[in-house]
Design a protein around this ligand. Sequence first.
Ligand SMILES: [Zn+2]
Ligand SMILES: [Zn+2]
Length: 318
Amino acid sequence: MRTAVGRGIREVARGVGLFLCLGALGAIWLLPSVRRRRARRAAHCRQCARNGRIAAVVIPCCAVLLLAGAAVRAQAAAVPLTPCNVHVYANGAAVPEPEVQLDVDPTWDVSRRVVLAGVSGLALAGGRVAGMDECQSSQPILFWRPPATSAGGSVIGETFLAWDTVANGGRASERNGFGISREDIYLRFGPNIAVDRAELEALAGHESVHVDQAATLTSIGGPLTMPLLYSVDNAFFPLERNHFERAAGLDAGGYTEPPDGGPDPQWSAVAAIVVLLVLLGFRRLRWLSRVAAQGGAGAATHEPGRCPRHSRGWFRPR
Ligand SMILES: [Zn+2]
Ligand SMILES: [Zn+2]
């Protein structure tokens, strides 16, 4: 009885871990037919057995890391961060600007924050470790303290990381996030990337679309899906040609419309992707060479103690 309960708990934990790390696609690993095939392979191939042991360590570690991130995010929601753009005067008075209102369905808004909580929290923790300051707008924002002046950044989960800074310090009135209004000098708390209210709202809307993109892709394939797809797209369609940026609105994101919508491959990035694909697909290529040399028989032939895919040797197994 106790072992049955223990097994049940392990099964649930495994399902949660797979869902956290690999999204809905993680459910494929739980299908009975897939599990049977994996067990059969592990019984006959020491490489497959070793891969199974590695996955049994990596997936729980990834899940624990994401749960820790979710705890950091939950804490930042329970004890709200200082609002972004609050005007802090020399006498200590803090006057908030009106909140940025986004046109987002409330249920979807909560869902996307929950889906991204792990990564958003890890980004918050990372920014804190790096010595960045933080504030809460329509999303949590991390920025460098003055004298650095933010110029832009990236969303990681729901958190906006304003890692990029202005090289020349910006205009005097904007530098360090200070501004002059009716002869009062105040600190406008936050990254102050947008110069006026309209730009601030447009930028928040743009980042909100990135949060939608991240939430959707994370639910499908886990937290690495968005950064991977974005990077691959960016290798062929960089900056203002990037499909994620175009979908979020170029003007709102501070990009200028490209002269054409075509690709502009960044060859070093493309080469890196090709090398990575060859490294990842190396065994599959080796197996395909045996299929090419020997037809159907080449697909099934294998070394003793290794499955066809893990058998060594080009064109014939060793
Ligand atoms: Zn194998
Ligand atoms: Zn963007």
